[in-house]
Design a binder for this molecule. Sequence first.
Ligand SMILES: [Zn+2]
Length: 138
Amino acid sequence: MRPLVKRIDMALHIQELCAVNHITVSYQSLDDNIPNYYANQRKKHIHIRPTKNTGYYVSALHEIGHIMGDNQSYNNTVKEREIGAWIWAMLNAKVWTDTADRVMSRALSSYGVSQEESREIQQRWNPCHRDDEKQIAV
Ligand SMILES: [Zn+2]
């Protein structure tokens, strides 16, 4: 059996990816109700929430994907950039769950990507083992 991915592993993974790729990070307070994630490509900076669950983890990976992923140039449409950043997130995630699916398809739907298209992207690009949320160890 594969070792469990712990929350601390997800948090450290984000920090490691940022360190290795010289990306600076700022954190939104967990007290804020409205999530405020963004990436500044030119400054190589991301703003994320502390990585406390798989939803926050894949959201952080997505922002790194806006810096490291394919299709992130000004020649790409916003939709292409969003999809490119999610593909990068899937290719680099240590764990992927139903919550991660939901976070991704909800985010993409606001850029005009249908649920079905989201599922196709997921099936084509996601190399992750599927994990049950309950198996994510604290
Ligand atoms: Zn995005």
